[in-house]
Design a binder for this molecule. Sequence first.
Ligand code: 5RP
Length: 317
Amino acid sequence: MADIDGIKQEKQKNFFTDVPQAAPGFFLKGSHQYDWGLKNRLSKVFNPKDGRTVMLAFDHGYFQGPTTGLERVDQTILPLEPYADCLMLTRGIQRSVIPASTQKAIALRASGGTSMVSPMEEWEGEIDGKKAKFARPGFEPLSNESTALNIEEAIRLNASILAVQVFIGSAYERQSLKNMTDLVDAASRYGIGVMGVVAVGRAMARNSQYFRLATRIMAELGANVVKCYYTEEGFETITSCCPVPIVIAGGKKLPELDALKMSYNAIQQGASGVDMGRNIFQSDDPISMMKAVRGVVHENLSPEQGYEMYNDLKSKG
Ligand code: 5RP
């Protein structure tokens, strides 16, 4: 198989990390041949001045319920709304909490159907006459998602882009890719974008080789934007060989300076922005953190300058 051969011959690959991909006639990577409506929607998600975005992710409740920091979205997230370029959320929160007067782009969660307490498939049996516990290999209940809204709903909610989880390497890889391609087919009829979100199963290594594989597969199958994690090693090879924009997920809460360093490094290595949740809304001072992240993404502040800004704003209360 070509991929397996490719993995074996890693050292012979050339990612041209020093040569940006041309995007003639439109500011956003890989998007210059889209139709007007899709370009316009993507111009709401990404700032046309620099091609970057600060997306605020607070859709965690779709499988986690009231995540720490999101117990009351009206209290904790609405104050952050003015500083985001795009809001990543579920339709339930959009309708119940987000004012319809918002001018922000909407990244609407479009997959779901399982929760963090979905049962593992485990059973007891015997080996050599002794009792033993078994779990189905590679079985990951969280990856057993479906599409979670139809395209008319996305239009009613004025979504700019739909977010769909894709579980490459998991038991439900095929199904999650089908969810994505179904959404691409439906959304592209109306000029709405699709963002494939790399969901890393427990069995998968979070390294650049895995993210190159996952992000490239999603782009090849039609994702307009791909979201993945930052890797300390080789991140520029992920952004380089993915033909559409990549935004990074923040992941679990880090000290503020570390989260700013991660954002800075990702941008310098070719990411088109961040789609960050816990590192903002679980910060000691979410508004100051949001402004500091914006500084790093849109104003090219160094992480240290961003951190100084964070501390300065925080101290002024
Ligand atoms: C759920 C998501 C989340 O929106 C996002 O990844 C969470 O953001 P963060 O990791 O920064 O809290 O895609 O899987």
